[in-house]
Design a protein around this ligand. Sequence first.
Ligand code: A3P
Length: 319
Amino acid sequence: SIEGEEKLTQECKELLLSLPRERGWRTPYLYLYQGFWCQPAEIQAISTFQKHFQAKNSDIVVASIPKSGTTWLKALTFAIVNRHRFASSKNHSLLTFNPHDLVPFFEYKLYEKNQVPDLSNLPEPRLFSTHVPFPSLPSSMKKSNCKIVYICRNPFDTFVSSWHFSNKIKPGSSPQLTLEETFELYCKGVVGFGPFWTHMLGYWKESLERPNKVLFLTYEDLKRDIYSHLKRMAKFLDCPFTLEEERGGVIEELIELCSFEKMKELEVNKSGKSIKNFENKNLFRKGEIGDWVNHFSPWMVEKLSKVIEEKLGESSSII
Ligand code: A3P
């Protein structure tokens, strides 16, 4: 039987029966849909999104691998694009809404439960987001001049972040799989929207071919030098900071507004729910580079390093 079967359309149920499946991290199974691993409800939403979404040239899409800094990148993108709307950061939407409410996911919000929303009248630029790999984006998104800001993260830290998150949000108190079992799945590419290497390479390749369309960022880039990456993002989004803004400290203000420490302490992020029924507080854990050293044993380091070398090869410098 298929998890959450009663909520799926007949078409989706039939599709699922034809797909390869593997054990899920926190749900019974993940299914291989168009070359990436997903849960049943996600597959239904993604196929509706693929059929119906019409991109506009002015659209901005935040794309990411889960647990690689999506929440942060959404906040930064929203803050850059809407900076003229908020004269002072005191009444900023980011103080009362979680970034996932301001930059909604196609697959968890807009197209979930087989609904087809009318998005045509939203104010422009419309801000959306997705975890879907580049080749599986709707064709209008690939063809149009809409902009995609992409983030991924060192796979060691992404694995650790995903492990903690999936244990927090899964029903029941104990992990469904051990850390080691989950790690083996991760190394085989079996993780939501994985394999991670295919995900990264898809957006990387596109960012090389169409640098005005895809901006490829890493969590580590942002952590190490947020100031210049914020400038880079604004320029890419065709709304560069003016000299006056730079001198007036606007960039520093946005950095502070979106900082881990600031966001974690907001009421909406301590008690609210923004993605499905998950508590926002689980989106803010440590917010650091290198927490993997507290979780990896030597064989795991060796194994994941080999996978990265093998799968990313010369491109492993991208992360
Ligand atoms: P850790 O689990 O390593 O702490 P995503 O937003 O894609 O789900 O990624 C979650 C990761 O980003 C978590 O990493 C989380 O703590 C971190 N994060 C969330 N908000 C952040 C922010 N404003 N600045 C830096 N990191 C942030």
